[in-house]
Design a protein around this ligand. Sequence first.
Ligand code: 13P
Length: 262
Amino acid sequence: MARTKLIAGNWKMNMGITDAVDLARSVADKTASNTDVEIAIFPTTLALASVSEAVQGTNVQVGAQNMHNETDGAFTGEISPTMLQSLASMVILGHSERRQIFGETNDFIALKVASAVSNNITPVVCIGETLEQREANETSNILQSQVIAALLHLKDLPAHDMVLAYEPIWAIGTGVNANPDQAESTIAAIRNFLSTRYGSSAADALRILYGGSVNPQNWEDLSSQENIDGALVGGASLKADDFAKLVKTSSSITDLEIDSLV
Ligand code: 13P
């Protein structure tokens, strides 16, 4: 099954509105020809409105880095799915930084995932193991239990309305990426598990990204793996040239072809 690649840039807590708009414009310019790849950037919540406006009409989609599951109410400091609807088409949920630093539980993440789907915002659901868990051969069990927990309130696998991101915690921001064999075999095992649970056509259609120290040097080998449907990128998404290189690596449209058409 041919799945459209998705290159997603998680900007984390970097850049205020002005810098975020500049980077968004630059990313849109540099990737304008790569229409066969889905591109999404996730700026800080504060910059969502300006960034959305800046990339309107381009190939670049905008997503949020987090949201609450409730649509309104007494939740100081939180943003609801209905508030995001006009600003973001996607939302990152269950990122390990939210789990580890902010104590988000599986239960909370499950509520958010269901809420995003029912409010027509595509959740990018993150799962991943620690180094200790990998070394203890617990990776499969951990990832399966994270998937089961995140999808708890959904009856079926929303294959076209959700994205899964495998982000091994030991690879995030460390400069040590999972090698292509590790990433491919782990993601293939997740897909296999989803297939037994939800059926092969849903599992085949679902996009599963790899995230963790992706850069223009290692992306070519990772991207060519059968089960890796794109990247969730932190550090390398903060530089327009690097991010555009990741997009171009996953695109079958070369700039040379575009130049020869003009
Ligand atoms: P790095 O690409 O900086 O390792 O971050 C990955 C990540 O956490 C994306 O969500």
